[in-house]
Design a protein around this ligand. Structure first.
Ligand SMILES: Nc1ncnc2c1ncn2[C@@H]1O[C@H](COP(=O)(O)OP(=O)(O)OP(=O)(O)O)[C@@H](O)[C@H]1O
Length: 520
């Protein structure tokens, strides 16, 4: 028996996690109560995902005890954790790509929930399964998704919402959201925050990991700050100003890298897109000059990512031309883009860019191997020094260059992808949600590096759901809606409202309104 009061949803005592000699999590005592949204913030590698992993049973703690709603959790037992009422929406999607949306949504349900076992149900009651999947998606505000399609065919933001629907469908006691909005546009992100609020109102507990501190402030009833695995602050909403959170996270005041305001760019055109069409995209006309940073904004499904994917060859085009450095450019897959000297930082780093089992060193020097080889033979010392430089420039937190890149925290993996490309000095960089999961300090550092590379003539096309990010680094922002550009806003016309109006409005209406606003 336990003396934990029933309103206590989670009780942790002396929980720690070590990898070898390195302790990455150390929590002597933590209780979470029902009806509250508790945010957890911290720098990349601070231990946030490890804490969530311990609660959801995917990470086996080295020491300590955990109770969920008064019942003890056996360490490292995801099935038991789920049965006790923990649902995790993870940063990297564990959805099974080849299975349909409906199958994914019902996967892992207890037999009682699935009425006679998942497979019996899938085989004998496909219609019911579909209807249930649609209803679940509708509960989290997603409509119009073909639930028979394999999950892997959907873009990251849709997969994220499917993941949330799946967790929601378990009616958990503790809903854990690990950066749930990092790939979503503002409208969808707000919907997720509303779901978190609804869950807490209904008597559940929510653990919310976030790097967007404005969101944390908007949603949290309590803010926990983790630094190098330890809880260093437990803040009320009134105490949790952005400055305070950053100070607690970093351990000192953060010297934000001040960007040189982008100068007017008078250089040659690096990338030229004409009448480009693809499934759900276009026609698109777009130019990016050398030294210019062009943002692509838009709501979920607006064609923001699709435009980048089509340019880089990850999605087939159906018409139009792309000219890169004066030459016709027709990549059949992203490898062709890389071969042509284009750097890619894709949205889904796990699937599209990292070699997870390989070392950090191998991953960060992959694009620059030629520079550190002599007659085709790699010079190990130069390779190591080169990797060390990249890792230091980007502030990648690691124990050793030789550890598998998959052991790094999510944000540090993203920094590694960035480091690889910035070191390769490409002529054009295509960035899709470039700082997804990256902490505030590292973000400023990355913006600074992009800015300096652009000063040296790098052309950048960057799609992002974070308007702040685009307004911070871009010379101009192209807004997409329904697969087409509907506005092209110069830096002096930037404003959240202007961009959102264009993104949300009808194509013609928004364009007209924007012109009016730009003139006013
Ligand atoms: N399997 C592993 N082997 C070795 N070290 C690991 C492993 N998994 C995680 N780590 C280390 O544990 C530390 C905490 O990582 P964690 O993923 O919890 O950080 P985080 O706060 O979630 O970071 P982010 O904001 O980047 O997601 C990091 O230093 C990471 O490198």
């Amino acid at each position: 028996m336990t003396d934990t009061p029933v309103e206590t949803a989670v009780r942790l005592r002396d929980v720690s996690k070590s990898y070898g000699l390195v302790k990455v999590l150390d929590i002597p005592c933590l209780d979470l109560v029902r009806g509250q949204i508790v945010a957890v913030v911290g720098e990349n590698g601070a231990g946030k995902s490890t804490l969530m992993g311990v609660l959801s049973g995917t990470v086996t703690p080295t020491t300590g005890s955990i109770e969920i709603a008064g019942r003890p959790l056996q360490p490292g037992r995801p099935d038991q954790s789920r049965d006790l009422g923990v649902a995790l929406v993870a940063q990297e999607f564990p959805l099974v790509g080849r299975l349909s949306v409906a199958e994914n949504l019902l996967l892992g349900r207890r037999p009682a929930d699935a009425g006679g076992g998942l497979f019996a149900r899938l085989i004998f009651d496909r219609r019911g399964t579909r209807a249930e999947a649609r209803a679940l998606l509708a509960e989290v505000g997603v409509t119009g998704v073909d639930v028979d399609r394999p999950v892997e065919r959907f873009p990251v933001p849709v997969r994220q919402m499917i993941e949330i629907a799946k967790a929601w469908g378990h009616h958990p006691v503790v809903l854990i959201l690990d950066e749930p909005t990092s790939s979503l546009g503002p409208v969808e992100a707000e919907r997720v925050l509303d779901l978190a609020r609804a869950h807490a109102r209904a008597g559940g507990a929510v653990l919310f990991i976030g790097h967007r501190l404005d969101e944390v402030r908007a949603v949290a009833d309590r803010v926990l700050v983790l630094r190098t695995g330890k809880l260093v602050a437990d803040l009320t909403p009134a105490e949790a100003s952005e400055q305070r959170m950053i100070r607690e996270m970093v351990g000192s005041e953060l010297a934000r890298a001040d960007l040189t305001p982008p100068s007017s760019v008078e250089r040659a055109t690096a990338l030229s897109v004409r009448d480009l069409t693809a499934d759900g995209l276009g026609p698109v006309d777009l130019d990016v000059k050398a030294g210019e940073i062009v943002g692509v904004a838009g709501l979920m499904g607006s064609g923001r990512s699709r435009l980048l994917h089509t340019i880089m060859g990850a999605q087939p085009r159906t018409g139009g031309t792309v000219t890169f450095e004066g030459r016709d450019f027709r990549p059949r897959h992203p490898g062709d883009a890389v071969e042509a000297g284009i750097g890619l930082v894709p949205e889904d780093r796990k699937v599209q860019s990292l070699l997870p089992a390989h070392s950090v060193r191998w991953n960060v020097t992959l694009a620059t191997l030629r520079g550190i080889s002599r007659r085709g033979v790699l010079r190990p010392r130069a390779d190591k020094e080169h990797a060390a430089r990249i890792v230091k420039d980007l502030g990648v937190r690691l124990h050793s260059q030789e550890q598998p890149v998959s052991d790094l925290s999510g944000g540090n993996q993203q920094k590694a992808v960035f480091g690889r490309w910035l070191a390769a000095e490409p002529k054009l960089l295509l960035l899709d949600e470039p700082t997804r999961g990256v902490d505030v300090g590292a973000k400023a550092e990355i913006y600074h590096l992009i800015d300096s590379a652009a000063e040296r003539g790098l052309a950048v096309l960057v799609a992002s759901s974070e308007l702040e990010e685009l307004m911070w680094i871009c010379h101009r922002i192209v807004v997409m809606s329904h697969g087409r550009p509907v506005a092209d806003i110069p830096r002096d016309g930037f404003g959240k409202e202007v961009i959102m109006t264009a993104a949300a409005g009808t194509q013609a209406g928004a364009a007209a309104e924007l012109k009016g606003k730009a003139r006013a």
